[in-house]
Structures are given as C-alpha cells and as structure tokens.
Design a protein around this ligand. Structure first.
Ligand SMILES: Nc1ncnc2c1ncn2[C@@H]1O[C@H](COP(=O)(O)OP(=O)(O)OP(=O)(O)O)[C@@H](O)[C@H]1O
Ligand SMILES: [Mg+2]
Length: 266
C-alpha cells in the first residue's frame, strides 16, 4: 500500500551545520494498518512525514502509495490522498468559520461541487449531524458555533473528522494528542482507532506516549537517527511492556531513549 524506499535527507548540506536526518529509510505498510511511530527527539519522524506529504523534498528515495509513484508529485496533489494532523489543534480547522461551514467547505471541495460555498442543504446537514454525533462530544448540537471557540479536544476531533470526511488513502498523525489533557487525548485516540479501522485507512501515528504506541494499532516502529531500528508486531509486540521496549532500545542503539516527554506521561 505505502512503500518508502531508501529515503535520504540532509539539511544544510555542505555547511558546518550539515544534518543527515534521514539515512536510507525504507518502510512498507499494508492497506488499513495503523502503525505507531516512536523515536527520540530529532530522530527524523516529522521530516519523514513532511517528505511523504510533499512539504519537504527528499534527496534520494521513492514514495509509492497505492501503486502510484508520488515521489515527484506536488504537495497539493498529494493532499487529495493524504490526510494530516498536527500537535496543535488550531492548525486543522478554520477558527472563524462555524462547525458546519468547516465541514461544508471540505465536503464541497472533495465532491467537486462548485462554487465552493459553505451554504448547506438539509441533506448535507443531516449527514454532518450524524457524523458529529458519532464523535460523542455533543458537537452535533453546535453546528453554528465557530470552530475557534471549541476546546482543544473538540477541535482535534473536528479536525480528525474533516481529514477523513472523504477517507484519504493515508493518514499521518504527528503527535496529534500531545497538546491535549489526558482525558481529551484518550478520547481522540479512541476516535482515531475507530475512524482509521472503520474506513480501513492506512495510518502512521507518531507519539511520545510509549504506552499508547504499544496499545494502538497492530505494529510499532522505532526510528533512530533517520532509519527504522525496530519494527514490532504480532506476539512480540503484544507481550512487550514499556520497560521492555526501553531496555530493547538501549540494547539496540546503545543509548537511552531521549525520553524527555515520554516517561512523564501515563
Ligand atoms: N526545514 C528544516 N531545515 C533544517 N533542519 C531541519 C528542518 N526540519 C527539521 N530539521 C532538523 O532535522 C532534525 C530532525 O527533525 P524532526 O523534526 O524530523 O525530528 P522528530 O523526530 O520529529 O523530533 P521530535 O520528537 O522532537 O518532534 C532536527 O535536527 C531538526 O532540527
Ligand atoms: Mg516531530
């Protein structure tokens, strides 16, 4: 489904600040897999997502999604098949637009209904109300409320809905619950699993929470210095505790996992 082949990226090449961030990274994902990604600060996780999404160009390597070579495809074209969520809940929604306007804009763009208008028919409104109700946050009662007035958790739930309204082939989640309180984070992680599995969306999720990395989805990869150093699945993953993983990491890369944010979380 997704094939990343031998990806290299060096920032500020040829300067004293040269930084080899990705060093021949390869990864294959099956359709519908939810794979969690962990790794120390600066391991290259966000850069990898930027390269997959087309925001950053790799120096070498290929990106193939659903048999389509995206390596030289522009970012806006990839955005049609790749959804992305970030840590900051404010990045995914238009704060000045209401919940239903946010939904209508994404929906009309995706269904090629022109002109792009936030005007809603009764059928659209029913559809949106149903989708919002499934989030279990009462947002279906608040269609006319501006997205900017929602809490971080509500906003991230709306962002998740917007990003998957038309299910993308690939969903990239970059610490999308890190800015939320633990209760909201748990709720969003639950919704993430539900939506990803419900639509069988191939999903990569970066997290600093090793506990949820091991619990969510079916596979966990560990990045270190620009390559994948661990790929855990099946029984090996099922039986692994957070302590086992940290021990294994140390054994593999001869360093402690740079866990500034990690161990403090549940
Ligand atoms: N556009 C850029 N220009 C120069 N250097 C960059 C750029 N983007 C990232 N880097 C550098 O690449 C390295 C990897 O950064 P990246 O954001 O991919 O790490 P990460 O694994 O996501 O870390 P974190 O867990 O802290 O989010 C860092 O040293 C960073 O400073
Ligand atoms: Mg990052």
């Amino acid at each position: 489904m997704l094939d990343l082949v031998n990806i290299f990226k060096t920032f500020e090449k040829g300067t004293p600040n040269e930084n080899k961030v990705l060093r021949g990274l390869s990864l294959h994902l099956e359709k519908g897999e939810l794979v969690t990604v962990i790794g120390s600060n600066g391991a290259g996780k966000t850069t990898l997502f930027n390269i997959i999404a087309g925001a950053v160009t790799s120096d070498e390597g290929r990106i193939v999604l659903d048999n389509e070579d995206l390596t030289y495809e522009r970012e806006y074209r990839r955005a049609r098949v790749i959804g992305r969520l970030f840590q900051n809940p404010h990045t995914g929604t238009a704060p000045g637009l209401t919940i239903e306007e946010n939904l209508a804009l994404v929906y009309s763009k995706a269904t090629n209904r022109f002109p792009l208008t936030p005007a809603l028919g009764a059928r659209d409104r029913r559809l949106f109300t149903g989708l919002l109700a499934r989030l279990g946050m009462g947002l279906e009662e608040r269609l006319k409320v501006k997205a900017g007035t929602l809490s971080g958790g509500q906003r991230q739930a709306l962002t998740l809905l917007l990003a998957t309204l038309v299910p993308p082939k690939l969903l990239l989640l970059d610490e999308h619950t890190a800015a939320l309180d633990p209760v909201a984070a748990k709720k969003i992680l639950g919704l993430t699993e539900e939506i990803s599995a419900g639509h069988r969306i191939t999903t990569l999720m970066i997290t600093h929470n090793i506990g949820s990395a091991l619990e969510m989805g079916t596979r966990t990869i560990m990045m270190h210095k620009g390559t994948v150093v661990m790929d855990l699945k099946d029984d090996e993953r099922k039986n692994m505790t957070v302590e086992d993983l940290l021990r294994r990491y140390k054994h593999t890369v001869h360093e402690n996992l740079d866990a500034d944010r990690m161990l403090l979380e549940e």
